[in-house]
Design a binder for this molecule. Sequence first.
Ligand code: C2O
Ligand code: CU
Ligand code: CU
Length: 476
Amino acid sequence: MIRWKTLLFAFAWSTSTGTDFLPLGNGNSHADVATQDTLKNPPTFVNQSSAPRTIEVSLTAAPARLALQPGKVTDVWAYNGMVPGPTLEAREGDKVIIHFKNNLPETSTIHWHGLHIPADMDGSPFSPVAPGGKKDYIFTIDAGTAGTFWYHPHPDVRTGYQIEKGLYGAIIVRPKLDPLPAMPEKLLILSDNRFLRNGAIDISLPHTLGGMADEENGREGNVMFVNGQVMPKINIRSGEVQRWRVVNAGAARVYRLAIPGQTFVQIGSDGGLFEHPQEIKELLLANSERAELIVRGTGAPGSAAVLQTLPYDRYMPQTRPADWNHARNLLALQYSDEPPAPTTRLPRTLRAIPILDTTKATVRRVLVLSQGMINNRAMDMNRIDVSAKLGATEIWTIENVVGMDHPFHLHGYQFQLLDRNGIPERDRRWKDTVNIPKHENVRFIVRFDANPGKWMYHCHILDHEDHGMMGVLEIK
Ligand code: C2O
Ligand code: CU
Ligand code: CU
């Protein structure tokens, strides 16, 4: 017990980003089969290109039969036969070419959620790919945009259905120089689903009671997946530090992540690393948000902990699920028996995030989120809701006037939060999605620095998005 306490305090920020890192104890020297993680990272794509700084891959969406739950076979829709799909890894400055083939029985697209790329490569409903059709997505990853992102279908009104059938995958963009020391890195793609007794994915028909509840709340499931696995295990050694990239790929579930008995150090969000690490007890991760966490082995050798999602009341009281107030287990954290690893130091400053200057903002807009609508209108592909000038800096207020949360997402541009309910944000971070709790409001600043064209903004609860809680922004 004494040793455990010492460890807690032995963890320290280094005072510079220089070379004074202590060596890492990553526990691998004594690893044996019994202590291997059961959590599997999805495989990365096979790069077909030998050209420098070029990633060229093939991605096919097609029906498949997979054992999502132990012992049961499920008809899914999968990217390259996997749920989740392979991870797209690239570096800043890389050219990325994706040969997409749609072998689904319906129209689809692939949206590269959070990437700063041309509008015609965004995979929005404006660029549908017909069944049997193909599209090459080609873009270059800009400097300074490293982070954790994800890809998913985005056809008109069928985004939720296709993601729930199994179509989602992660994107990791690495910087030229990573400010963090090398350490074990894990990807955790969170998702939930519901199944019928025969193993089929349970998607309620519209106009049934269940269908109406899903339409209202967004469809949640009672089976909790991390990288498509139920309750996998990560091994850690006392004193070790690990870097976790977490993606909320759930259709509607807002995760409130915690490891009881431990804290996290959050180092990044949707648009990459923070300026400074922040110690947190728990993390609210709304739909499509990402976080980068440092998980420290503050537990004793041989002990165990659990990553959970704690109850979070995002619902209308009338349709709140009966079991909303139960914590759910997501993943086991198992401490090895090895003696504690030596202390690891993390830099105190991760990077500088440029300030978007509010005095440069030329346009202010208010978007009001109500049930199923934005500014009292439902989505119409033939209407432009917001016209903006290329190069403009704008301040948007997103106001939620109803009694349930709506996570608001803007395509193509990372923004910086200014305040929530008038209370200024304490730090600067790049975001592409922000949860707006019941009856609250958020202001952010954004610069439309490049990439003219039509872009979407919407609630990322997929049932809300598909039922019209989306608008079109045109930049010229
Ligand atoms: Cu995850 Cu319109 O996006
Ligand atoms: Cu997006
Ligand atoms: Cu919503």
